[in-house]
Design a protein around this ligand. Structure first.
Ligand code: GLY
Length: 329
């Protein structure tokens, strides 16, 4: 992973967590391991280490958890020369990454990512943050990790639905330039998605341009999650969002039937939903999308496929959005 100011290693493979010692910052003498009770993966930093447990779920992804972590780090005597190690999924890497960004105005963090969703998205690219009562991920920082370990061994123990959900996030990379994703072995697929994300983030860390393309399928996905009260897992909602985005692009004359089928076939091959769930109605989805931070005045904004590949398209006619939602039943 290469950014203007520095480069960090992302190791993908079975048992990658055992390589933690190799990637710790030089000079660190203490490692604060941030993880959750249900995460069974132990890591050995090879230096003095202590575990800091955070609660599970979106409710615990808040400033109070960050404060508790930072106070724990301070009581233990962690310094800016030391390291925070996040072991878990996206929630853990987001919270631990933000605590590391804030602690002593910036302490190194290494992510040991244990979920597919985390490996192909949250652990890579330095977005960290927590929720406020007013909304998700409203407080955060761009704080790049010192290294990321994507341990394929940890994926095998995830519940089947969780593994499938991760494929929804993975599927977007097939339309961002990763060819042959469907036929790749899991470690190869994770590495290809990481390389794709790294290339994009390397050219646009702060999302002033190309990085927004990583939100492909996410505008509807976020709305489906909100309106459906999180009955769908994130990757499942992204799968629905990808098919919707393809159909919307076809309606707008940007892509043909075959390209829509490419989307549907991949989602189907991954065993993911390609239709809106029951009880999630179009007016509520339209309202939720209108509140999404990626929606600006004069119509909706979506990442859409087209002759030149994915692009951010502004001013999409609400009637086209409503008609495409009706197609998704
Ligand atoms: N999850 C999208 C990004 O990291 O930009």
């Amino acid at each position: 992973m290469s950014l203007a100011e520095r480069t960090y290693r992302v190791l993908v493979g079975f048992g990658a967590r055992h390589r933690l010692c190799e990637v710790l910052p030089v000079g660190a003498t203490k490692a604060a391991i941030v993880t959750q009770e249900g995460i069974p993966w132990a890591v050995d930093a090879g230096i003095e280490q202590r575990s800091f447990l955070i609660d599970d779920g979106e409710d615990a992804k808040n400033l109070e958890t960050v404060e508790e972590l930072c106070r724990g780090f301070a009581r233990w005597g962690l310094t800016r020369a030391d390291v925070v190690v996040a072991v878990g999924g996206g929630m853990v890497t987001d919270v631990a990454g933000f605590a590391a960004a804030a602690y002593h105005r910036g302490t190194a963090v290494v992510h040991v990512s244990t979920t597919l969703l985390g490996q192909v998205d949250a652990a890579i690219g330095g977005k960290t943050g927590v929720n406020l009562p007013e909304g998700k991920n409203l407080v955060g920082a761009f704080w790049q990790p010192s290294a990321v370990l994507c341990d394929i061994e940890t994926l095998g123990t995830l519940p089947v639905r969780e593994q499938r959900s991760g494929r929804g996030e993975m599927a977007k990379y097939a339309f961002l330039g990763v060819d042959g994703l469907r036929d790749m072995a899991l470690d190869e697929a994770v590495a290809a998605c990481v390389a794709c994300k790294a290339r994009i983030v390397g050219s646009d860390e702060r999302e002033s341009g190309e990085r927004a393309l990583l939100n492909y399928g996410h505008t509807l996905a976020h709305a489906v999650e909100t309106v459906g009260h999180y009955n769908l897992r994130h990757g499942e909602a992204v799968a629905v969002g990808l098919v919707f985005a393809a159909r919307l692009a076809r309606r707008l004359g940007r892509i043909d039937d075959q390209r829509v089928r490419d989307h549907e076939d991949l989602i189907c091959a991954y065993g993911l939903p390609d239709r809106l769930p029951e009880g999630v109605e179009a007016p509520a989805l339209m309202a939720a999308m209108a509140h999404d931070k990626k929606v600006t005045g004069g119509g909706f904004t979506f990442v859409l496929d087209g002759p030149a590949g994915l692009q951010v398209v502004k001013g999409v006619d609400p009637a086209a959005v409503g008609d495409t939602l009706a197609e998704m039943r």
